[in-house]
Design a protein. Structure first.
Length: 278
């Protein structure tokens, strides 16, 4: 059997490239989640739900929290957990952090475990979004706070879609990663209401991807997000430069783009939901 076709211009998979593509937007929103939640006080037990490589945990530790808090980070991705464990080993002050393999769809913690539960871009796309939200609420102590970040706008998606349709045809199905649709404000509120969250406060916040080269960012994004249904084709290699040029052009004329101090900046907007359990 022949190996799947792979355009010569496409980049080989590397976690560092994914971090380069998204920049520090997760950390930026994590800082806002922490700032909007009640102050972390001595003895707090905190859940970093869907912790990934530790964006939320890192931002909590950067605030120099009380030394007797406990943070439990959970994720089902073993690669992410390994990266977080490495950070814990490298930072003695992170001894308060514990890591568990666990699916956000089915949290195994007892009721009333956490003073604060933070979910940074975790809920959208889960197999059971409502069930996951109910688990978060269930595991909060009375007086505990749930904090959730969800993307509201990712304008760069439109640039990638333009490249897709203009190089592959208007009738070609979108690649899976481009087909993901973020919550509308109404959908986000509806899910939290259905999960019986009470007295939720909503705040929008902007985060900026900062890159030195739009062409490089476009190449990384096109490599990782535009793999067509059915796999790459020779036409993708033939049209590669055209696709990259379209992405750069669309980004540069977007109201979500600005150039500042030698950097290209691409805006994304998240909605943060904060609720205190009575």
């Amino acid at each position: 059997m022949a190996a799947p076709f792979f355009p010569k211009q496409a980049l080989k998979f590397d976690g560092a490239l994914l971090e380069e593509m998204q920049g520090d937007v997760s950390e930026s929103v994590a800082r806002d989640l922490i700032a909007l939640a009640p102050k972390i006080t001595p003895g707090f037990v905190i859940h970093d739900n869907g912790c990934g490589y530790g964006a939320v945990t890192g931002e909590i530790m950067a605030t120099n929290p009380p030394s007797d808090i406990k943070i439990i980070g959970t994720d089902k991705n073993l690669g992410y957990l390994a990266a977080l464990k490495k950070k814990i080993a490298e930072n003695p002050s992170w001894s308060v952090v514990e890591v568990k393999e666990m699916d956000s769809n089915n949290l195994e913690f007892p009721d009333a475990t956490f003073d604060l539960s933070i979910s940074d871009f975790v809920i959208l796309g889960l197999n059971d979004e409502i069930g996951a939200l109910r688990h978060i609420w269930r595991t909060l102590k009375p007086g505990g706070t749930g904090a959730i970040g969800a993307w509201k706008e990712k304008p760069w998606q439109e640039a990638l879609k333009a490249a897709h349709y203009r190089t592959r045809g208007a009738d070609t199905p979108l690649p899976p990663y481009m087909a993901v649709v973020d919550y509308t404000p109404e959908q986000f509120r509806s899910r939290l209401n259905e999960a019986e969250w009470k007295n939720v406060q909503y705040t929008d916040t902007d985060a900026w991807v900062k890159v030195k080269s739009l062409e490089r960012w476009a190449t990384i994004a096109w490599t990782f997000l535009s793999t067509p249904v059915g796999g790459w084709k020779q036409e993708d290699e033939d049209n590669w430069e055209k696709a990259i040029a379209i992405i750069v052009e669309e980004l540069a004329k977007s109201n979500a783009y600005r150039a500042e101090e030698g950097l290209h900046m691409i805006r994304m907007t998240a909605t943060i939901a904060i609720a205190k359990k009575e």
